[in-house]
Ligand binder design. Structure first.
Ligand SMILES: C[S@@+](CC[C@H](N)C(=O)[O-])C[C@H]1O[C@@H](n2cnc3c(N)ncnc32)[C@H](O)[C@@H]1O
Length: 213
């Protein structure tokens, strides 16, 4: 048996579907800390979330006034996310779409594209496509793990891409983008049994130069 990364890469849709359908529909009900930290000051517009899981970030964005398209490879995750959106009273502000992002990508231009801990493989082309779908004046936010939480189910020797490596992989003309944050940032993470730990997230936040047309 190989590592979970090998298993996931061999069958991304099957891996994530099995993970969600064998777990609980309950979610934390809280947005990711880096999303909250960096997006709260922005004026709301059209947002696209890549790999929305059970929908906590999408629900929070909708509550902040964004019109959200939320994408997942797992239909079960999408069903849980839609139920969470309905419970939060924001279902009318979120369109849920099923995509394997390595194969298909939602139509349109967005004022914010956010991807937190997106596990799609390979992911470079997904993020390159995402950069093309950011409207002028809009933001691209990619959040990755930069360190492993003590309770994480990922491999102990897991390697994490740095924010600079993620930026380089986008192949964008840097003159067309403003670097808002490219680097590691600490946050307090909450574990499944109430434990906490300081972890590092690698954050790539770029703003496309220009004004929304
Ligand atoms: C670690 S979870 C992160 C979920 C959520 N963004 C969060 O921050 O809690 C990774 C997510 O990426 C989704 N995913 C993995 N591969 C994908 C692909 N090829 N296309 C779309 N979503 C994918 C998984 O289903 C899973 O929900």
């Amino acid at each position: 048996m190989g590592s979970w990364i090998e298993e996931m890469r061999a069958d991304q849709a099957g891996f994530w579907e099995a993970r969600y359908s064998s777990g609980s529909p309950a979610s934390s009900g809280r947005p990711g800390e880096m999303l909250r930290r960096f997006v709260e000051p922005l004026a709301p517009g059209r947002a696209l979330e890549l790999g929305c899981g059970k929908g906590d970030d999408a629900v929070w964005l909708a509550g902040q006034g964004w019109t959200v398209t939320a994408v997942e490879i797992s239909q079960t995750a999408l069903d849980y996310a839609a139920a969470n959106a309905a419970k939060a009273g924001v279902a009318d502000r979120i369109a849920f779409e099923r995509h394997d992002l390595t194969q298909t990508f939602p139509e349109g231009l967005y004022d914010l594209i956010a991807a937190s801990f997106l596990a799609a493989h390979p992911r470079e082309a997904v993020f390159q496509r995402a950069a093309q779908a950011v409207a002028r004046g809009g933001h691209l936010l990619i959040v990755d793990h930069g360190s492993r939480a003590p309770w994480s189910w990922s491999d102990e020797d897991a390697q994490f891409p740095t924010a600079e490596e993620t930026l380089a992989s986008l192949l964008v003309n840097e003159g067309d983008w403003e670097r808002v944050q490219v680097g590691g940032m600490e946050r307090i993470a909450n574990g499944p049994d109430g434990q906490t730990a300081t972890v590092l997230d690698n954050v790539t936040l770029l703003r496309r130069v220009g004004n929304a047309g």
